[in-house]
Design a protein around this ligand. Structure first.
Ligand SMILES: *Cc1c(COP(=O)(O)O)cnc(C)c1O
Length: 474
């Protein structure tokens, strides 16, 4: 099971919520929430009975619900609040831009100053061979843009048969029709007869669950070679691109073995296939470098971005484009690229993203993860590896995962498909800690600005949550 199946049953239940809110006892705002919102990725029937947790304010790495309970947000909202909450510079950048030019578009041969400056700032931090950005409002729209862009690229190049895009099982690329199709979340595919035509999937490099007796490195090679097998199966002349996250996020913070990415790179180069590296989570510092591509030394053709681009303060995404793709799409033969969104390059969102990048640079936040807080998180989380429930702990930069198992030696899972994960998540919430559970994998993605002391608080609360979960399972 995966992220998509996280049940609201437990998600909507904090101690206080369950104590105070029977259906009758729910507050007005909880009733209004379930009466008037169809919540995303949620069992809306169950939500009605449980009542939503209402988050009402935040500061730094903390959020507060409307009952006054404080939580350390070790998930940075949804992998995005990288600078933490309450950054005055971001708020000021938005309000200043709103007062000057709240909105204008990039259609009709126009641009706006913050959007141009943002594109230039992104080109500066992106790998050398990437100097163009197509702006969108979200990560899903970025991947819809990828879908259209790679096909357009091969069309203009005179190779229109290259249409198939290969993704991975348990990959996540958003929730629009193309995003869901490119992703490999089976429960999502079941809703709406997806994927759409022209998309194929290969296995994921998830050693813990699928590596059996192989070493991680041997398994990584096998998982990468699945791409070559798929290309040969459908014909290289029919394949436009391969898309993957550097580290699968929603799938379970799956950090591929070291052998994986070099082999993927070799295969996409050999068969002349565009390499799309979805940086929506990894981009802007999450893995301890500006991009996941820097961490794994990947040369991408396209990099979808969103989330940490603006620290989630305003919705903005995009696709960073390599020079070889940009040259084709900007060539005389190409003509109009008939694609774009009303909010492509929204100036207020762009102003916030620009300020977000400035702060990441000026405060050396990524260097600090590399040299200081990243190794500290790794070391401290590793202290939980001895716990009887824990099968593996892994981290990369400010990403972490804890695998919960019934048997440490064999990596055997508990029955119940995500049950122990959601129990642990609820125990963490009781401790005032927000973790996410994907199946029986606990995920961490704290704000990039988290301090060592705050990491200590995460470890302490997680330890108690693990102990309480073990008691429940016995
Ligand atoms: C969140 C996510 C998306 C989708 O972004 P939205 O802004 O939710 O549309 C795409 N790719 C990855 C890797 C993501 O984590």
């Amino acid at each position: 099971m995966n992220a998509v199946n996280e049940s609201v049953k437990s998600d909507a239940t904090s101690d206080q919520a369950s104590a105070q809110n029977s259906v009758e006892g729910q507050s007005q705002i909880q009733q209004d929430a379930s009466n008037h919102i169809l919540h995303p990725f949620v069992d809306n029937h169950a939500l009605k009975n449980k009542g939503a947790r209402i988050m009402s304010k935040a500061d730094g790495v903390y959020v507060w619900d409307d009952q006054g309970k404080r939580y350390l947000d070790a998930f940075a909202g949804l992998w995005c609040v990288n600078l933490g909450y309450g950054r005055k510079e971001l708020i000021d950048a938005a309000s200043k831009q709103m007062a000057t030019l709240p909105y204008y578009n990039l259609f009709f041969n126009t641009s706006t100053p913050p959007t141009v400056q943002l594109a230039k700032a992104i080109a500066e931090i992106a790998p050398e061979h990437m100097n163009n950005v197509f702006f969108t409002g979200s990560g899903s729209e970025a991947n819809d843009t990828v879908f259209r862009m790679v096909r357009r690229y091969w069309d203009v190049k005179g190779q229109p048969t290259k249409k198939i895009i290969i993704g991975r099982h348990n990959g996540y690329h958003g929730s629009t029709v193309a995003g869901t199709s490119l992703g490999g979340m089976k429960p999502m595919h079941k809703q709406g007869d997806l994927p759409i035509q022209g998309i194929e999937h290969i296995r994921q490099p998830y050693w813990f669950d699928e590596g059996e007796d192989l070493s991680p490195d041997a398994f990584g090679l096998i998982a990468a070679k699945a791409l070559e097998e798929k290309i040969l199966e459908v014909g290289a002349d029919n394949v436009a691109a391969f898309i993957a996250e550097p580290v699968q996020g929603a799938g379970g913070v799956i950090i591929p073995p070291a052998t994986y990415w070099p082999e993927i790179q070799r295969i996409t180069d050999k068969y002349n296939i565009l390499l799309v590296v979805d940086e929506v989570i990894c981009g802007f510092g999450r893995t301890g470098n500006w991009f996941g591509c820097d961490t794994f030394n990947i040369k991408a053709d396209l990099m979808p971005i969103a989330k940490g681009l603006s620290s989630g303060y305003l919705p903005i995404g995009g696709v960073i484009i390599s020079d070889r793709v940009a040259e084709v799409l900007k060539s005389e033969e190409s003509g109009d690229f008939l694609h774009g969104f009303t909010y492509s390059g929204h100036p207020t969102c762009a102003a916030v993203a620009l300020e977000n990048i400035r702060i990441l640079k000026d405060e050396k936040i990524i260097e600090n993860i590399q040299q200081n807080t990243g190794p500290y998180l790794a070391e401290q989380l590793q202290t939980l590896a001895d716990h009887p429930l824990v099968g593996e702990v892994r981290t990369l930069g400010m990403l972490g995962a804890i695998e919960l198992v019934q048997d440490k030696a064999t990596r055997k899972r508990y029955p119940g498909n995500g049950k122990v994960g959601s129990i642990c998540r609820d125990h963490a919430l009781d401790q005032g800690l927000i973790l996410r559970a994907t199946g029986d994998t606990m995920l961490l993605s704290p704000p990039l600005v988290i301090t060592k002391e705050e990491i200590d608080s995460i470890i302490k609360a997680t330890k108690i949550a693990l102990d309480n979960t073990l008691k429940d399972m016995q």
